[in-house]
Design a protein around this ligand. Structure first.
Ligand SMILES: NC(=O)c1ccc[n+]([C@@H]2O[C@H](COP(=O)([O-])OP(=O)(O)OC[C@H]3O[C@@H](n4cnc5c(N)ncnc54)[C@H](O)[C@@H]3O)[C@@H](O)[C@H]2O)c1
Length: 248
């Protein structure tokens, strides 16, 4: 098992990519703390893992608020005494031309995607530094590299910032043996993309050399690799998981 007895937090773990990452980590022996702002989804995701013999619990956490994030980290530490892996996956997407983005929508998207990544990382980094081990995996996006195509500029900007934050954090934590990397997914079939495309994936296929949209497992397997000792010499890296849609 790749992650035997390790303690992992997966934010936004109640659905989509985060749920798949949580499941994959549990299969590899981790105890997964599933965090989500949606209590029911977090609970169901943790129950599903336990139903298959894995170890998981859930917490209702809004990653954009410092107080709840710190309380949740304390809760995990009280239960397990350690945090080996943090996956900053929670995210929201909005579609709008720049002229139509409201101030509150801008603040909301940046608060969840960027500030949430910052707050959760900050909350776990001291314990990882003290133990001189840890893996942090952030969720970027192809949109954060090329600008919004199907998505709003606030979303793209937040993901570009997440990927740059990844490099800053990687530099700060490298002396402590903590690896920080990001994944930049392309078009992955989840509730988020379903709501953007209405399920019409066809129009994307001509832009994807591998000829299909990605699955949540495609992303989860890369997250698993990054969270394992197999990726011990990787840090500050942004890994594209996009079927060849962008090769940079
Ligand atoms: N699906 C794609 O094609 C794609 C592509 C690139 C990047 N991403 C990124 O991958 C991540 C997961 O996306 P997904 O497609 O699985 O979306 P999703 O909507 O299925 O899942 C996102 C999860 O995050 C949770 N969440 C939202 N706001 C939160 C908050 N404030 N605090 C805690 N949890 C919160 C939601 O409740 C949901 O369970 C996101 O960061 C997204 O931007 C997705």
């Amino acid at each position: 098992m790749l992650l035997k007895d390790q303690v992992a937090i997966v934010t936004g773990g109640g659905s989509g990519i985060g749920q798949s990452i949580a499941e994959a980590m549990a299969v590899e022996g981790a105890h997964v703390s599933v965090w989500d702002v949606n209590e029911a989804q977090a609970r169901l995701a943790a129950e599903a893992i336990r139903g298959r013999g894995g170890a998981a619990s859930h917490l209702t956490v809004d990653v954009s608020a410092a107080g709840p994030v710190h309380t949740a980290v304390e809760h995990v530490l009280a239960g397990h005494g350690r945090i080996d892996i943090l996956v900053n996956n929670a995210g929201v997407c909005r579609v709008a031309p720049i002229a139509a983005i409201t101030e509150s929508d801008w603040d909301f998207v940046l608060a969840v995607n960027l500030k949430g990544t910052f707050l959760c990382s900050q909350a776990v980094m001291e314990v990882m530094k003290r133990r001189r081990r840890g893996k942090i995996i952030n969720m970027g996006s192809v949109a954060g590299k090329v600008g919004g195509i199907a998505v709003g500029a606030h979303y793209s900007a937040s993901k570009a910032a997440v990927m740059c934050f990844t490099k800053s954090l990687a530099r700060e934590l490298a002396p402590y043996g903590v690896n920080v990397n990001a994944i930049a997914p392309g078009v992955i079939a989840t509730g988020m993309t379903q709501s953007i495309t209405g399920g019409d994936w066809e129009k994307y296929l001509s832009t994807i050399p591998l000829g299909r949209v990605g699955s949540v497992q495609d992303v989860a397997q890369v997250a698993l690799f990054l969270s394992s000792e197999r990726a011990g010499y990787l840090t500050g890296e942004i890994i594209d998981v996009n079927g060849g849609q962008l090769m940079d």
